[in-house]
Write a new protein. Structure first.
Length: 73
């Protein structure tokens, strides 16, 4: 057993500065895609919320008559 730390367990301190490596055009495209993704996420969350509100009042009832009504409709 060696008392020195293993190189494989050493923490790599080099941080990647993603923003410095992009050109202005790449930054604009990246921002545009990120904005579209955020907008789609907000729309999806709003749709899911409306769906949950609409279907929260639907209480499944157990019975032959209710089952037949669901089958017919």
């Amino acid at each position: 057993m060696c008392s020195s730390p293993k190189s494989s367990r050493a923490v790599n301190k080099t941080a990647i500065n993603f923003n410095d490596e992009l050109t202005q055009e790449q930054r604009l495209r990246f921002a545009a895609k990120a904005n579209l993704a955020q907008e789609r996420r907000e729309q999806r969350e709003a749709t899911n919320k409306r769906y949950e509100q609409k279907h929260a009042s639907d209480k499944p009832s157990s019975g032959l008559f209710s089952w037949l009504q669901q089958l017919v409709s």
